[in-house]
Design a protein around this ligand. Structure first.
Ligand SMILES: [Zn+2]
Length: 181
């Protein structure tokens, strides 16, 4: 496995709509290696999600995981999950605003509105079909990662940029409000 270089905002790969992965190709060794490397990269940078365009691969693949976080023990947990060709549908119009950050927009945080609940349809890393309804933090991470596969970053969703903070100032003045990455 390998730790991959993370693309930062400004790299065109982050603004492209990523290619769908033909389901029959998910099991290919190259794809499986990419998924393993993405998981290792997410762990290395202590992210809760990583999308393939963030490692310069324009394919509809993302990984998510939120185990007990040393800095944020109260954060909701998400078991390790691989999603391929995800499609999200909001379950209602209800939205919630919370902090987000992004490995491709390093050292910033901003309050981002997201749907409170979404239905996910995707393939897993074995090509199996995934269908579930996610709420709250899990729904937020799914929306953040799926946005990456459609050429969007959380800044596009913020609307109002007045909460945008450098990490150091965020830690100093706003940390109590929780975080999403
Ligand atoms: Zn991100």
């Amino acid at each position: 496995m390998a730790i991959l270089k993370v693309a930062r905002l400004g790299h065109p790969v982050l603004r492209r709509v990523a290619e769908l992965v033909p389901p029959a190709e998910i099991s290919r060794p190259e794809t499986q290696r990419l998924i393993d490397d993405m998981i290792e990269t997410m762990h290395e940078y202590v992210g809760v999600g990583l999308a393939a365009p963030q490692v310069h691969v324009s394919q509809q693949i993302a990984v998510l995981e939120c185990e007990a976080h040393p800095r944020y023990p109260d954060m909701a947990r998400i078991p390790l999950m691989v999603i391929v060709n995800p499609v999200l549908t909001p379950v209602s119009e209800e939205t919630a605003a919370d902090w987000e950050g992004c490995l491709s927009v390093p050292d910033f945080r901003g309050v981002t509105p997201r749907y409170s609940g979404v239905r996910l349809e995707a393939f897993g890393r074995k090509g199996e079909r995934i269908e579930l309804v996610a709420k709250d933090f899990f729904a937020r991470v799914l929306q953040h990662e799926t946005d990456h596969l459609n050429g969007k970053v959380y800044l596009d969703r913020m609307g109002d940029l007045t909460t945008l903070c450098h990490l150091q100032e965020w830690s100093r003045y706003w940390l109590d409000r929780g975080e999403t990455e």
